[in-house]
Design a protein around this ligand. Structure first.
Ligand SMILES: *Cc1c(COP(=O)(O)O)cnc(C)c1O
Length: 362
């Protein structure tokens, strides 16, 4: 190869999305990517369709209508919001804008895989702070960050574990980090969380200039296909992101669908209600089979299998796939004995439990 990419790029293992097919099965059930079991808001779908008359026109590069709607719905300032092609793009842009090769980047042990990709793209290693009970350990993150981390990525709640840390713990973390460390709070599942001591961190981001919160339309809003996310931070950070993003990084159908979705409180509530009911069901039923289920505040559960014998995670995955139930192995996260299962419809959740029950008996 004559043309060489930048140092480190070829060390990156490309992100592998959740599987979408099961060999030989026509309509498998996809529970591998934490998509919304209820689909998306009908109003968002309608707004998406209505945008089709204007596809020849460039979108508003500043996504003003969308930012203003988010600001109104969330009680924020539109000028402190930037939108992206998925929150994924915003995470990538943070890496591009803030990481020099060799900078220290920190996450917790089972942090979302994208953080590693972001670090590596900028020629940085990522340090993973050990978790306790599959939950972020703030003291371990503080220790790993020391006084010279450039970015600390905190998924709160985290994927693939489904656990969260309280607002007080997030604040304790921020207070212990030096002002030269940017704390990135990825709150992709915030709208599902109903615990009283949880917040997405937006207040903290309003109070300080060293915190950014990222959010997504892919989960509670069920708009994973349109690729839309947003972030909220101090003006100085938003200004930097606006310099590195593409001039039209958010497309018109996404702007229209997102604007409708974030106002559809009824759909959001129904999604969160459905999730609360069925995440509890999955936890209780799967736990009842003798499998450990990490307590989850998200729209998925992490299920732990024996590391040896016939009931391993790999065997369970193969068994479920053969029945047309696609779940997510989490080997790349360093969790070879676990599977992540997204909350589906009632029938899908019951099918997963039934299949796991026969797997464990067989
Ligand atoms: C799903 C998810 C996202 C959302 O990514 P998009 O690019 O907005 O679809 C971000 N962070 C975590 C931890 C996730 O699980």
């Amino acid at each position: 190869m004559t043309i060489q990419p930048c140092d480190g790029i070829l060390d990156i293992r490309p992100y592998k999305p959740g599987a979408a097919d099961a060999p030989g099965i026509e309509n498998p059930v996809k529970l591998s990517s934490n998509e919304n079991a209820l689909g998306c808001s009908g109003k968002a779908a309608e707004a998406f369709r209505n945008s089709s008359g204007d596809l020849h026109i460039y979108p508003d590069g500043g996504a003003t209508m969308l930012r203003e709607t988010i600001a109104r719905e969330e009680g924020l300032e539109a000028d402190n919001i930037v939108c992206g092609c998925g929150s994924d793009e915003l995470l990538q842009l943070l890496g591009r804008a803030y990481l020099n090769p060799g900078d220290k980047v920190v996450q917790s042990q089972y942090g979302f895989l994208v953080y590693r990709l972001v670090a590596m793209q900028s020629g940085c290693d990522i340090i993973s702070a050990p978790e306790k009970g599959h939950r972020t350990d703030v003291d371990a993150v503080i220790e790993a960050a020391g006084d010279d981390a450039k970015i600390v990525f905190l998924a709160n709640p985290n994927n693939p574990t489904g656990t969260y840390i309280s607002d007080a713990e997030v604040r304790r973390l921020r207070d212990a980090l030096p002002p030269t460390t940017l704390l990135v709070i990825d709150a992709a599942y915030a709208e599902f969380v109903r615990e009283a001591d949880y917040t997405a961190g937006l207040e903290l981001a309003r109070e300080r200039d060293d915190v950014i919160v990222t959010r997504t339309f892919s989960k509670i809003h069920g708009l994973a296909a349109v690729r839309l996310g947003w972030a909220y931070a101090h003006q100085s950070i938003i200004d930097v992101l606006n310099r590195v993003r593409g001039p039209f990084n958010v497309n018109l159908p996404a702007i229209e669908a997102g604007t409708a979705a974030i106002q559809d409180r009824d759909f959001m509530k129904r999604s969160a209600d459905h999730n609360e009911e069925w995440v509890a069901f999955l936890r209780q039923q799967i736990g009842g089979l003798g499998l450990e289920v990490t307590p989850s505040v998200c729209n998925f559960v992490l299920v732990h299998f024996p590391s040896e014998g016939e009931k391993t995670a790999a065997a369970a995955d193969a068994y479920l796939t053969a029945k047309g139930l696609i779940v997510r192995p989490v080997v790349p996260y360093g969790l070879p004995n676990a599977l992540r299962i997204t909350v589906g419809s009632e029938a899908e959740n019951r099918a997963v439990v039934d299949a796991l029950q026969s797997f464990m008996k067989g």
